[in-house]
Design a protein around this ligand. Sequence first.
Ligand code: NAG
Ligand code: NAG
Ligand code: NAG
Ligand code: NAG
Ligand code: NAG
Length: 494
Amino acid sequence: PFGSIHAVLEALIVFWVLSPKFWIFSPSFAPNLTLPELARALGACSTPGCRAVLGDPPPVPPALSQDQWVLLTRLLHRDAVVLAPDGSTVALGPLLTGIEVGQKRVSGWPFPTFEPPIDPLYAVTITEALGTSFLSARGSDGATLGPSGCWDDVDDPQNYTLLGPSSPIPDAVANGAMDGVLLGTRAAQAPIPLADLLRGYYGMGNSTEQGRPRSSYRQRDFGVLTGPEKLEQEVEAMLRVLRVLPPTRELLQDVGPEEAAAIAGRAARDFTQLYVECPPIVPRCMWGARPYRGTPRALILPLESVFIHHTFIPSTPCHSFRSCSHAMRSMQSFHQDTRGWDDIGYSFVVGSDGYLYQGRGWHWVGAHTKGYNSKGYGVGYVGNFTSTLPDPDTIALVRDQLLPCAVSTGRLHHNYTLRGHRQMGHTDCPGNSLFQEIETWSGFKVSTGIGGIYKAWRLGCMVQRKGWMWLRMLMVASSLPCSEDQHRGSWAGG
Ligand SMILES: *[C@@H]1O[C@H](CO)[C@@H](O)[C@H](O)[C@H]1NC(C)=O
Ligand SMILES: *[C@@H]1O[C@H](CO)[C@@H](O)[C@H](O)[C@H]1NC(C)=O
Ligand SMILES: *[C@@H]1O[C@H](CO)[C@@H](O)[C@H](O)[C@H]1NC(C)=O
Ligand SMILES: *[C@@H]1O[C@H](CO)[C@@H](O)[C@H](O)[C@H]1NC(C)=O
Ligand SMILES: *[C@@H]1O[C@H](CO)[C@@H](O)[C@H](O)[C@H]1NC(C)=O
């Protein structure tokens, strides 16, 4: 672990000068090495498959002082992870080796050929790790992917702790590998200084930049670039290469070609489901959640319903990890301290920064939709969507990722029903605009029960407001309680 990407770049810039020839960083004390090569000298590419592609690591530059050696090994060791400005955690090993492959491609470096052919970019970032992870989990119930983890302090990150037993590919390694593939592909197109590549992607240039950093699109971009078929094909080819490399020959001794193909298929499917189809969810410890008060009640899965909310307050969408985390903490305080609930009410909260934030999560009963909290997940969009909509990517995050992921992972029934909060209680939530939007989503169900009564009540109130006398005579609308504050606000009864 080593702090944030900013800290890493700053530390590296102390040691590096820009090499005009290669348009990449080169250390002043080791002019023949690029930064990724130095990372390799310090252990970033020490596995058999990676070494077969990029060769043996270069020698550690003799001019390295003890202090430099300590700092650089900490920075560039294959297990080093850093916090990106979008709140995700990235392993530097696969990130830097991916970039090195891109840089070597653009300079015409002759990669060794393999039979079957493998794509060096995938070999050094993800396919060797996937192949060996799923190979060694064969016949056991050992974890193959994940888990996520948390930093001790997101403003001054020092120590990173995994949220459970580690697999060979924790989330940080998966993120670093996907970034390695994306940035390696970019680096292979045209020479670009490494600092510009990293700054541009992680969005830590200067404050003139607008919008989400590119890194918050990592899963979508990786999915577009690498379909599951390509991933499966590359993992299978990698396993066949590992079968003949001396250090890994034994590992594949009793694995026939069909079994290897099945392992590759499972690896590609599971990776794609977890990191491409399922949206990234920021764990509670990352946004600074307080503990749950009391004893949570478990949901009985799969659930049959989803309820869409807007938070109303905060009324503006959050566009960064910092502002979304702040919104989460303030909603949790409001729900716990003012409302007296056990925890933040929603199951998940949707930021406009490309991330979902874990509220009660997949497994615990929430406090979002009175009377239906154990029947469905409550998903709240940060913002007031009475007359505006979330941006299209943020709409798609729930419609095209969270909901299909909930079904494919068995947490939501395949013929679930989706409703707006207003259909289940006296509220305008999720706002007129967002409600009109979700009416077009698959699974949307028109009102029944209390929602139907609410619709009749709203119609009655409209009649009263507009003074349609002839209708009024037909309905006893004039006696309905229609004051604004009775149906405003989105806070659900928990
Ligand atoms: C660095 O490269 C130069 C020429 O390109 C060569 O003369 C020198 O020996 C190299 N140094 C090392 C340590 O490889
Ligand atoms: C990080 O972890 C190490 C080893 O567990 C410990 O010595 C150090 O004090 C921790 N640093 C912080 C800031 O907590
Ligand atoms: C900010 O970024 C723009 C575009 O990337 C660049 O032209 C400008 O020089 C940068 N300014 C500073 C102060 O780095
Ligand atoms: C929510 O948006 C509506 C329509 O734009 C506006 O009238 C209302 O004041 C907003 N409420 C809050 C709390 O921002
Ligand atoms: C959902 O599908 C199951 C069978 O898979 C069926 O029993 C159930 O009635 C369906 N529910 C709805 C609401 O259509």
